[in-house]
Design a protein around this ligand. Sequence first.
Ligand code: SF4
Ligand code: SF4
Length: 475
Amino acid sequence: MQEVRVELKDFRKERRNIFDIPAAGSILRNINFLNGVRLFLLFLVIYAIVYGFINPTKENLFTTGLFWGLFWPFFMIITLPTVGRFFCTVCPHGFLVRFFTKIGLNKNLPVKLKNPLIGLFVLILVYWFVVYTFPSVYNNPLPTALLFLGFTILAITVSFVFRNGVYCKYFCPIGSICTSFNRVGFTWLSTNHEDCLKCKKPDCAIACPYKFNPSKFDSKNSMEECTLCMECANACSSVRWEIRKWGHSLYEKIPKPQSFEVWTYILIIGVITITMKFHHGLSRTGLSDSLPWTIIGKYLDSIFHFPKGVDIVGFVALLMGIGSALLFSAVGFYIASKILNTDYTNLFNNIGYAFAPIMIVGGLSHALSFFFFDYYPHFVNGISQAFFLNITVEPLASRSDPWLRVFTIFNYIAGFWSLYLVHKRMSLFGFNLHPKYKLAFLFVSALPIFYILLSVFQQYAFMAYPPTFHHHHHH
Ligand code: SF4
Ligand code: SF4
């Protein structure tokens, strides 16, 4: 009897291990099976690239549908806030990275290049800057194919030359996004710590192609740049992939906070979240002509006469989006550090993690509504075209359907979750006991507050000045 009670208690205390779920466990720990999935996705990627070169006209739905209708919205926006970095588990480039690292030259990467922000800047430059400034480029199959061909060649070259899967850590354009936003989901890679105490030769760490030690992820409260490739889980049965409280690592101290993670949140909120709201949200309402980026953009156009295809208004919106994210975060933290009489960098690195939910959870409102009128028909019709399936599906909704607006709820979930996290994280460091805490809280929270107000304003503008559906198409 006694024993049963103890077991029950332990079971309830223990966190659920995804590997213990029968089918999931045997699939995820089976590297051959995972490699099969990766090879299939690699085949799709190569096929879509080749297809893009052979059919460079807009008739080709497959190339753009695969990359912009499936990979980006689904693997990124839907899986990151739920199961975490699962995209990397099946990523075809990650497969190439590990393969070419194994057979390659194993050189050390120069220290200067060990910076995860490199990949992020590449993403902003070759993708987001282009999307806003030359909006039609990636609606075309050829530039899309070239972009992915470029990253495939880069992944292979970097991995062949350097050791330890550095492409995923520093160069992959979505790598630092995956690392930073990996904290938002409800899964966590961990180990049975009792087993690890007795362990002399950590098979998990030896097996890791990136030289991480998963038995340390809990004490570090960081999974570092783990790609969930599952090699460690295959090597040692004490490795666990746990279901935990949503975003649990954000509620605890992070012993070695990484400023690049916080910078990733801020830059991505500026480039994606805020600029999208400026340029693709508000610009579509009847207010369009009185928005600052439209006014400045049109003025610049009247001086420089940009060629057709250049959206200078979009470019100005991007600059203003990045500007507001920097202003509301850096200046907010600076003023708060003065109020609290504490070190600015310390405050920024430790509390900045509270911004994690904004882009990824808020992004759901965009991705889900686009699923109904754009991603789904685009992707299905594209696959049908590439594999001669003769299926045509219609969009599940029209862009102007009012019910699609229910998804805007995610903007508010993201914004208020972030405010709550600011409070929690400030309390971890005892700042809540400071006499001027409330004032400091407002300054630290300037970015989430701005984001919430912007969401409210956007909704108001949509109702009071309804959009006239015309030109914009975006991802
Ligand atoms: S870091 Fe990039 S290349 Fe590596 S597995 Fe993740 S998405 Fe793929
Ligand atoms: S810790 Fe495990 S899952 Fe993470 S990258 Fe290393 S081997 Fe892959």
